[in-house]
Design a protein around this ligand. Sequence first.
Ligand SMILES: [Zn+2]
Length: 492
Amino acid sequence: MRIAIAQFSHETCTFCPDRTTIASLEPYVLRGRGMIRKLRGVPNYVNGFLNILEPYNNIEIVPIISVGMAPGPYTSWFTPECFNKYCTEIQQGLKQAGPLDGVLLALHGAMAVEGVPKPEAEIARRVRQIVGDIPVMVTLDLHANEDEELTQATTAVFVLKTYPHLDSQEIGEAAAMCLLDTITGKVKPTQALKKPHIVSASIFQASDFHPMKTLYDMCRQWEEHEDVICVSVAPGFAYADVPDIGMSVIAVTDNDLELAQKITAEISATAWNLRESLNQKLPKTKQAVSKVMQLIADKKGPVLIADGADRTGDSTHVLKELLAQGAQNFGIPGIADPQAAAYLAANHQVGDKVTIKIGGWASEYSGDPVEVTGEIIFIGRPEYRLVGPMSKGRLVKEGLIVTLSLGNGNYVVVSERMRGSNDSSGFTAAQIDYQKLDIVVLKDRVHHRAFWDSYCNIDFKIDAPGIGAVNLRSLKYENVPDNAYPIGKDYR
Ligand SMILES: [Zn+2]
């Protein structure tokens, strides 16, 4: 048996300034056996495929290509050249592979391409052009914007059920197992997709909490049914301005379309009733910082401030407010500012006291540059492995970073690239002892909770200005359908 695997995965933030180009993705592309060497042994979709396929002596795995997101800031619309180049490579790889029995495709679901309204469906159709009518299974991130075009072009679609994303390997395994069962005739996957027409900011999509937990509990309950293979809810990615934006409910059954449709209708109806809890109002920066400082004073800390809106990494709104209100013991692991980082590294050394303006340059939402004064405690390009539950063991190679100790127990890292720290490793690598912090500030929405909920007592969500704004009505959408709650024309 011969099975091809390929990954073409991107979460495109169409409100960001820079296009997604070949030049931006190519340094991180893996091809052929290199893809297996690099992705094996770390929790991810491809490793899940390999876990199922590799133990069989009679299965030949044909690895084609892995194209993913580049580290650093989010990027905007794919150029058609970029999309076509990697689609063509997948097609050529499939052609060269010769006869195949099945294909496993790890996609993301939130790719946005100039001139290609539904890129993942298009990838699947181009795969079909080459391989014909053999089983094609797709895995998706839950930040996926999809509609029936994808389910029509594929045999079965499997979506993450955890945010923070902890089940990518499991979903990869489920897709590979279903592929084998399909090839051997044990099952006949039949899928339905329904869109409840709800769009929501990522920060409200954590899977362990209401409202998403309610929907995932329904999926798991349906998966107990003997004719059900997989039930998924992808809440979607609000920051891609695309026609299939928003939540999708997908059910895969064993040859029972009616059951698949019943399931998607039932879950979609419940989701519609939860639409307002997927679009809450959060405190603005100034009010949020003052509330957080009150929580610290009341000994309720440590507190994590989740500034989910910053998709370029240079936003200064929270830093400015923390300094203005005299906060103590805060740590910000990254204000992206390549010029400031390069200047500090070229002209200073550890131990120097410096005053410099940082951040506030990438977009109209970034805020103004903020002047900070502090002592340099680290300069370098650290390499380390992640230690938290998400992608544990994955090697991180950083751009240039400079850590400043600002006094009062406060730290900020000036970084060449957008820099987060969804576990403690990013702080440790920057020489910051996170266990002394009362306030941890991250430019993140939910992923950090896999680690930081074990240190911080409160996860404080805020509505700061940003390309990834919590208030979706503040963004200028042009391509979304009128009935997309709360951003379509019907709700304006
Ligand atoms: Zn995601």
